[in-house]
Design a protein around this ligand. Structure first.
Ligand code: NAP
Length: 308
């Protein structure tokens, strides 16, 4: 089978598969209503991801058992994937009660200890990308010397590139700071707020890692919420499906964004992974379908937020 399409992750120069893997689903039941993992399930999912040629995996200290699963089940295949995690998350929050809101602390000690913990959990000597988690304000990052901490970790060889998981309005400041190699940004047909910001980030030379690219799946079949998905009906997107499933349409809409580097779709279901791989192999939506979808979304008020 042909290789998965790849795009450049901005100024990092890394070539990433357009479909990446979001490893949050491997968190287990202890965190944020995570689903239980059957014996062998994390091992199977992660190895299937690599067998399919996906070369970019995103995790976080905050994702329960996710980092440990990566270390346990695929660290022996480390040369096959680029590995991204987050920082600023509390180190070892195992004592925090499940459901308690996640706190982020951007002190030198918490960031450095967190990166060391991620390296140990994922059984590797470097992260390809470390991202500030939770879209901290520029002011917080500057107060705490957080950027310098990441640059020091880079010099020590523990991380190769630095980024941020950002949302508006902080994302605009983060782009202007000019220090980040990549941004993780939420986006899909049903959540277009960051559409223009993705372009702004890319124009500034950063790679763009899109989360939420399938809006968590059709409610009832996947984990998506009715609140988000009611836009599907309001915008009459079903008329544009032709022979596509809703998931194929969603994913191909997301990768139609010309400034996207990769979208890190998460799944625990091998059939869903297969469907997503097939969709990405078909490529972006045909231009007339993409334009009509954007027109219909705009007609019901779903437009990108201004970044000016
Ligand atoms: N602040 C942050 O930095 C932040 C926040 C959230 C997420 N993330 C990252 O982004 C990644 C993805 O984000 P996300 O989980 O919010 O969004 P997503 O990738 O849009 O949604 C993942 C969900 O969609 C379902 N799904 C995937 N493919 C499907 C298909 N073909 N058919 C039906 N359902 C399908 C999966 O359920 P099944 O398992 O049933 O397939 C999974 O629950 C996470 O894993 C994480 O790495 C980062």
């Amino acid at each position: 089978m042909a290789d998965l399409p790849k795009r450049k992750l901005g100024r990092t120069g890394l070539e990433v598969t357009v479909l990446g893997f979001g490893a949050m689903e491997l968190r287990g039941p202890g965190q944020w209503r995570g689903r239980p993992l059957a014996p062998g399930q994390a091992q199977q999912v992660l190895n299937t991801v690599l067998d399919a040629g996906i070369n970019f995996i995103d995790s976080s200290i905050d994702y329960g058992e996710s980092e440990e699963n990566i270390g346990r089940y695929i660290s022996h295949r480390r040369s096959e994937y680029l590995l991204a995690s987050k920082c600023g998350c509390l180190v070892d929050r195992s004592s925090a009660p499940p459901g308690e809101p996640f706190q982020h602390v951007f002190t030198r000690k918490n960031i450095s200890d967190g990166v060391d913990q991620s390296l140990k959990r994922m059984r590797t000597d470097h992260l390809d990308l470390v991202q500030f988690h939770g879209s901290p304000s520029k002011q917080v990052l500057e107060q705490e010397g957080a950027i310098q901490t990441l640059l020091d970790l880079k010099r020590e060889g523990k991380v190769r590139f630095i980024g941020a998981s950002s949302t508006l309005p902080d994302l605009v400041d983060h782009i202007r700071m000019g220090v980040f190699d990549a941004f993780q940004i939420p986006y899909s047909a049903l959540q277009r707020e960051h559409e223009a910001a993705i372009t702004q980030a890319s124009k500034a030379g950063a790679g763009t890692i899109i989360r939420g690219g399938v809006a968590r799946g059709v409610p009832g079949q996947g984990q998506g919420s009715e609140d988000v998905w009611n836009l599907w009906d309001r915008a009459r997107l079903r008329d544009l499906l032709d022979d596509m499933t809703q998931m194929e349409f969603m994913l191909r809409f997301t990768i139609s964004h010309p400034d996207l580097s990769t979208t890190i779709v998460g799944t625990l279901n091998p059939a869903h992974l297969k469907e997503n791989l097939a969709a990405v192999r078909k490529g972006p939506l045909p231009t007339p379908v993409y334009n009509e979808a954007k027109r219909r979304l705009a007609a019901v008020g779903a437009v990108p937020a201004s970044t000016i």
